[in-house]
Structures are given as C-alpha cells and as structure tokens.
Design a protein around this ligand. Structure first.
Ligand SMILES: Cc1cc2nc3c(=O)[nH]c(=O)nc-3n(C[C@H](O)[C@H](O)[C@H](O)COP(=O)(O)OP(=O)(O)OC[C@H]3O[C@@H](n4cnc5c(N)ncnc54)[C@H](O)[C@@H]3O)c2cc1C
Length: 459
C-alpha cells in the first residue's frame, strides 16, 4: 500500500518543536517541507531587508533540523500570494501528495490566500489541514459575556487566563525521525545583510535566548522600561519568524515558577505575550485594519503635511536626545526597546502631527521583528486610534521620559556619543550653546507648543 505523504508549508513557524502542522503531518507518514519566499508581496508589506535576511537564515537553520529527521525542505521564489497558491498546488501534483498541512497566519491577505488554497485543493480531492501554531489559545476561544469580541485588553486577558487554566495547553514535541530518503533540495537564496552578531538565526539560538532571559524574569517588571538595561527577552524577532513559539516561552516561564500557577498568571512578561495574542485577535475581528484604517471608526486623523519633520524623525535628527537615540537603535540594530517605541510613536504622531501610518510603515521597513498585528496595534495604541489605545491626552514628554527612564543618560551616551560629555541633567535636553559646540541639532519642535496644539486638535 502507498504510504501517506504530505507537504508541510512553513511560513512564520520556522521550527521543528511545537509545530502542530509538522507534528501532525509526520504522524500520518512522510513529510516534504516547503518554504516560499513571496518577493513582491514582501515589498508591498514593507518588510525590512534585515527581517528578510533573518528569515532566510532561519529557513536554512530549519532545513538542518528537518534533515536530521529525514525531512527535506525545498525553498522557492514566488511573486506574491496568488503565485504561492499556484506553486503549492503544482507541488502537491508534482509530488502526488495526499494534501497540505500548515499553521494559520492571521492578517487579512494571508487568510484569503489560505482560504483560496483550501478551496482549490479540496476541489482536487486533496486534504488541507490547518492549525494554530502562532498563538497559545486558538483565535475566537474567548468572547465577552454578550458573545462579542473583546476590544479592551484587561477583560480579554482575564478570559484568556481562565481559558488557559482549564485547557492545560502544552507545546508539542519534535516529531520522530522519518523513514524517507532525502534527495536534492531546492534552495532559493534570498539572503540579506543584517546584524547576525545580535540576532543569530534559528531555533537553537531562540532557545538559548529564552534560557538566558528566564533567570532575569523576576526582575522584568522592574527593568523592562529601562533601555540601558538588557531587561527584556529580545525574543521578538524569533517569535515573529516562529523560530520559537509563544507556547514554548510561557511553558518555560511556568517551569521557572516551579509550577506555581498563581504567581505565573500574575507575571508581567506573560501579560506582554498576551498582548501579542490580543492584537492577533483584533486583526481577525477587524479586517478594516488590514486596509490601513483605524480601529476606531470615529478616530481623529492627523496629518499636518510637514514632511520635513517626518524626514528628521526618520534620520534621528529631531534634536531630542532620547528620540534620536531610539531611532538610531532601530536603524543600527533592526530592533527598538518597547518604552522607546512608545516614545518615538507618540512624538511623531502627537507632537509632529504626522499620520501614524507613516511611522508604522517606517518601522516595518526597518524592524527585524516587524509583525503586522503587533506593529499596527502599537502604533494605534500610541496614536489613540486603536483597541484599548492610550487616551488622546496621553502624550509622553520626550524630556521627562528621558529623565525618568534613562536618568544617567547611559542609553543616550551609547547611541548619541556626540552628547557623551554632557552631565546627567543637560544630556536630556542640551542648551543651544551645547548643541552648537557638539554638533547636535536644534529641537525640531517646541514641546510645550506642540503639546498644546495636539490637545486642541485631538480633544
Ligand atoms: C509603536 C510600536 C510598534 C511595535 N511593533 C512591533 C512589531 O513590529 N513586532 C513586535 O513583535 N512587537 C512590536 N511592538 C511591541 C513591543 O515593543 C515588542 O514586542 C518588544 O519591544 C520586543 O522586545 P522583547 O522581545 O524584548 O519583548 P519582551 O518584553 O521580552 O516581551 C516578550 C514578547 O512579548 C511580545 N510583546 C511584548 N510587548 C508587546 C506589545 N506591546 N504588543 C505586542 N506584543 C508584545 C513580543 O512578542 C515579545 O517578544 C511594538 C510596540 C509599539 C509601541
């Protein structure tokens, strides 16, 4: 009798551990792994070159791991999602597989692509098996008392925890070794340069980073807002490409708490992972977000047309040391600390009055962890247009925030070395004389005036 054989289409799940599509396909018989790089779609989605390079290396690391299980991984170039569907159908026919297994992606275009593939393959009598490998609790598992989707984080989180407690959700193991001979594997090279010293690719590197972070988990709440301290996990690029799953992360956190559920469910880091799930649910429930529309239908839009302010922000030349340090961190490393993401986003949107979508796209073009749901959620939170967004009058002062979260200017000194000689008071906002002497630009806005204008516009 012919053995079962299935394609596993890898996308943002570049791992062998806790990969439901891979695990269940391997239980059925032989597996052929496929990765498709949608070149034009990436451009349309503003994906950063550093992120694309990181994905390429992660695919190569995945191939090594799969090959040890006797599973081949072929990678191909496609133009866009339409061509992805055609390519998968062609491969199903070429390898005469029983069907295709994959883990769901939640943005609108991706869901449409997957629905289309399912329709075509079912029409050809093939099997399509879809899983939820990118989230801990499956989408739509929780809803309000009225059966409606949540729009506010805290009640969502409460229900999320209740669901998690009752379901006992644990990560899946690595599948067992296959009885399959690997022949030539197709490799499409889409490598790009990025900071490989900061972001070594692959599942092992992600697991190492998690192990490095866990002993610091107890200090997370205290340290997570201080950009000069390495107080957060820096796992976001790995979660974005799926080199590690959110389930694996929190399972290790629970182990770190030695199974103490009460302490675990109160943990601040867990809460951040739940924000990630919340924003995924938001984009599922609100497809307008994928059309660049705000979550709040009556949201006030701002765009003052001062393109030069946007340019200065992009070039890290705003004359506000914390903002410039943050933007340099993004440009130099592909990553930015969360406290700083909030600061630069509010600065651009509320103080320079530039449309949040400009900032959202710029972030995507530079972030190694660029993730549509979290990036959009973050930008809409900061600009008060989003689900459970900051109130319109919450405008972070780039000077006060700098004094509070970088009191000795350690972070600024590292990223803006021309200001390193200033004392701990002046470094947050140098005088005109100091700026002239040190070759640092004048502020592009008057903070107090800009704040007044924003409040008048947004109230
Ligand atoms: C304007 C703006 C844009 C953002 N863009 C992205 C993005 O493109 N990709 C991205 O992964 N995160 C984004 N975030 C969320 C957050 O800033 C990053 O996830 C975090 O800084 C990553 O660092 P870390 O891995 O050390 O996080 P940790 O603090 O260690 O948190 C662990 C994980 O939880 C998740 N997480 C943490 N905070 C958030 C949050 N506020 N929202 C959603 N998930 C969160 C991430 O997956 C993160 O890796 C954005 C936030 C803002 C304010």
């Amino acid at each position: 009798m012919r053995k079962n054989i299935n394609l596993v289409w890898f996308r943002n799940d570049l791992r062998v551990g806790d990969n439901p599509a891979l695990f269940y396909a391997a239980e059925q018989g032989a597996v052929i792994g496929i990765y498709l790089e949608p070149v034009e779609q990436r451009e349309a989605h503003d994906d950063a070159p550093c992120k694309i390079g990181f994905i390429y290396d992660s695919v190569n690391e995945l191939r090594k791991k799969l090959n040890k299980l006797n599973i081949p991984l072929h990678s191909f170039k496609v133009k866009d999602y339409q061509q992805s569907v055609e390519k998968i159908v062609q491969l199903v026919e070429q390898y005469n597989t029983d069907g295709v297994y994959f883990n769901n992606e939640y943005p609108f275009n991706e869901r449409n692509r997957d629905d289309e593939l399912e329709k075509v393959l079912l029409g050809k009598g093939k099997e399509v098996k879809r899983f939820d490998g990118d989230v801990i609790i499956p989408p739509n598992s929780v809803s309000t008392g009225k059966g409606e989707p949540y729009k506010v984080f805290t009640p969502y989180k409460k229900s999320w925890i209740e669901f998690h407690k009752t379901q006992g959700i644990s990560p899946l193991p690595i599948p067992s070794k296959q009885d399959f001979k690997i022949e030539k594997q197709h490799d499409y090279d889409f490598g790009h340069d990025y900071r490989k010293d900061l972001w070594p690719a692959g599942e092992l590197a992600a697991q190492d980073r998690l192990k490095e972070f866990l002993p610091k988990a107890g200090y997370y709440k205290e340290h997570r807002d201080i950009p000069a301290v390495k107080g957060t996990s820096m796992l976001s690029p790995y979660l974005t490409v799926g080199a590690i799953s959110a389930k694996q992360c929190i399972e290790s956190l629970l182990e770190w708490y030695e199974g103490d559920q009460e302490a675990f469910y109160l943990d601040t880091w867990l809460s951040e992972i739940i924000w990630r799930e919340f924003y995924r649910q938001i984009i599922i429930d609100n497809p307008q977000i994928s059309y660049h529309l705000p979550f709040k239908k009556d949201a006030k839009e701002v765009w003052n047309g001062q393109h030069e302010l946007f340019e200065k922000w992009c070039q890290a030349e705003t004359g506000f040391p914390l903002i410039d340090a943050a933007m340099r961190q993004l440009i130099q490393t592909g990553w930015m600390h969360n406290r700083l993401r909030m600061n630069v986003a509010m600065f651009l949107n509320k103080l320079c009055l530039i449309d949040w979508r400009e900032g959202e796209a710029f972030f995507m073009r530079h972030l190694i962890d660029g993730d549509f749901a979290s990036n959009n959620g973050g930008w809409q939170w900061c600009s008060s247009t989003g689900a459970d967004g900051a109130p319109y009058f919450r405008i972070m002062s780039p000077i006060t925030q700098s004094q509070r979260f970088d009191p000795q200017g350690k972070f600024i000194r590292k990223l803006v070395p021309e200001l390193a000689s200033l004392n701990n008071k002046d470094i947050h906002f140098p005088t005109s004389q100091q700026r002239k002497e040190l070759g640092y630009p004048e502020p592009i806005i008057d903070y107090k005036e800009a704040r007044k204008a924003a409040l008048a516009l947004l109230s």
